[in-house]
Design a protein around this ligand. Structure first.
Ligand SMILES: [Zn+2]
Length: 151
């Protein structure tokens, strides 16, 4: 049966694709900031298009505890970037957005989240400064900055 859809109700479907470019950037941030609690094999980066969201640039998804139990799967995380918002940012802004999303992943990598009482602009700015500094020290002097305790 053919269904007629009124034009105003027709919405573009959200599309997802694996984002290797974002994953590369995320791997670099994890390496530079020494975020050793993040299992990069269980972290994927996905780019979405046609999302209806207005104020979101990126978001972090985790496997709910009940899914882990029900299907006997380990916790996994996905960082989703909203193509229309994320892609037009310059690199420093992209890095900050990705640091923000990575900070939502708790130390136990258990599938849950740290919330915005912890993940805030102050923390992100601090870590971004640390990232830039560590990157510079490594590239200029070959020095590796020690792991920090507060993240
Ligand atoms: Zn957030």
């Amino acid at each position: 049966m053919k269904v007629k859809i009124k034009k105003q109700n027709r919405q573009k479907q959200i599309k997802y694709e694996i984002a290797d470019d974002v994953k590369q950037l995320v791997l670099d941030i994890i390496e530079v900031l020494k975020l050793k609690h993040i299992d990069t094999n269980r972290l994927a980066c996905v780019r979405s298009r046609n999302s209806k969201t207005k104020n979101t640039i990126a978001r972090c998804h985790g496997t709910a505890k009940i899914l882990q139990i029900a299907f006997n799967i380990k916790p996994h995380y996905v960082i989703e970037v909203i193509s229309e918002k994320f892609d037009k940012l310059d690199k420093s802004e992209k890095i900050k957005v990705l640091i923000h999303e990575l900070m939502h992943i708790p130390k136990n990598f258990g599938g849950g989240f740290r919330h915005h009482d912890f993940v805030n602009d102050n923390l992100v700015e601090k870590l971004y400064a640390r990232y830039v500094n560590a990157k510079y020290m490594k590239e200029k002097y070959g020095l590796v900055v020690e792991k920090t305790k507060d993240i």
